[in-house]
Design a protein around this ligand. Structure first.
Ligand code: ATP
Ligand code: MG
Length: 327
């Protein structure tokens, strides 16, 4: 499976090189996409990217993703929410939006990413990407080039890109998780959730040398409980895997959050004073500080397939993941 991914990466890297050459030729005569949007190429935005994942299902990934998105959108940031979750309780359900197309339609050449994306509350853009990505290995060279072209023209419009993943480590999830700047693991105080989070980090470390994670402890009864979960997990992670873990925050168990899910509206909108809403504000601030303090891209364009294609050295491991980073 991993060899297969490495082969894909090698082929795609070569395609990216070819595409860059073609672009350079094209751009010598016509304005670049950045110039067309009134920006010099050096002014391209580099979005902050994060995947929200977990070992065990049903621990609050989608709620964390959606509420972070709402908070950033409120600050005037342009947010892209990628729904890579194949589970049932997806972003569209939580936000009450109904996408009629998927990223598969982009891969088949029928639609552009813009046409597939749907607009959620506060102008958030939602990309229903759950299907299609797993088929990357089946794409023709032409489709791959076309997809890269779409992404290149599109991603620079966003300030923040959040990826809601399914639980565990399916090929899709791995694909997204390896392409983003930071990986957030959601756990609850439930021992099964903690054990599964550890197992997920272990797989990511052993197979992909990912050595840094941000932890959110959800459904806690107190901040102390969250800190205890963090301490337990970070101690074993450090001792047995040499993984660095960062405490990103906690969200209390909150009946108003459950009520908001039933109404398919973000809790931050319906009940801004709810304890969970306040916790999401604090979490969004902390995550933004983490992004700003440590850019893993050194100012280069990183995002998604592009990063996976360009930044993978020959051994198949992303450069950033080769350092053991601890904060
Ligand atoms: N802080 C909380 N307080 C109360 N209930 C919560 C909280 N967080 C999550 N829940 C409950 O857990 C349910 C699952 O949350 P969510 O859909 O975000 O989990 P998930 O990790 O995305 O699940 P899946 O793995 O199926 O994608 C919510 O619908 C809600 O009922
Ligand atoms: Mg979910």
């Amino acid at each position: 499976m991993i060899e297969e991914l490495d082969n894909q990466v090698a082929t795609l890297r070569e395609l990216a090189r070819q595409k860059d050459k073609v672009d350079a030729r094209k751009n010598s005569g016509s304005p670049s996409p950045a110039a067309a949007m009134g920006r010099a190429p050096s002014e391209r935005k580099v979005p902050h990217t994060m995947a929200i994942t977990s070992g065990k299902g049903g621990v609050g990934k989608t709620l964390v993703t959606v509420n972070l998105a709402i908070n950033y959108a409120r600050q005037g940031l342009k947010v892209l929410l990628i729904d890579a979750d194949l589970g049932l309780a997806n972003i569209d359900v939580v936000l009450g939006v109904t996408p009629s197309n998927t990223i598969e339609d982009v891969l088949s050449g029928e639609l552009t990413l813009d046409e597939v994306a749907v607009e959620g509350p506060m102008g958030i853009t939602i990309l229903p990407a759950a299907s299609g990505v797993a088929e990357l290995s089946n794409l023709t060279e032409e489709q791959k080039l076309s997809l890269m072209d779409h992404i290149d023209h599109w991603h620079a419009d966003f300030d923040v890109v959040l990826v809601d993943t399914g639980a565990g480590i399916s090929p899709n999830v791995r694909f997204f998780v390896l392409a983003v700047e930071r990986i957030m693991i959601v756990v609850t105080p439930d021992p099964a959730s903690i054990t599964d989070a550890y197992a997920l980090m272990k797989v990511m470390f052993m197979n992909h040398r990912v050595s840094h994670f941000d932890l959110v402890v959800n459904q806690v009864s107190s901040e102390q409980e969250a800190k205890d979960v963090y301490r337990t997990l970070s101690q074993v992670a450090d001792k047995y895997l040499n993984i660095g873990m960062n405490f990103a925050g906690s969200i209390p168990e909150d009946p108003l959050l459950v009520k908001s899910v039933r109404q398919q509206r973000p809790v931050a909108d319906l009940y801004p004073d709810a304890p969970a809403s306040q916790a999401f504000i604090a979490l969004s601030k902390r995550v933004m500080r983490m992004w700003q303090q440590k850019r893993h891209d050194d100012g280069r364009m990183i995002f998604f397939w592009r990063r996976l294609l360009n930044e993978m050295p020959k051994d198949g491991q992303p450069k950033d993941d080769q350092e053991t980073t601890k904060e």
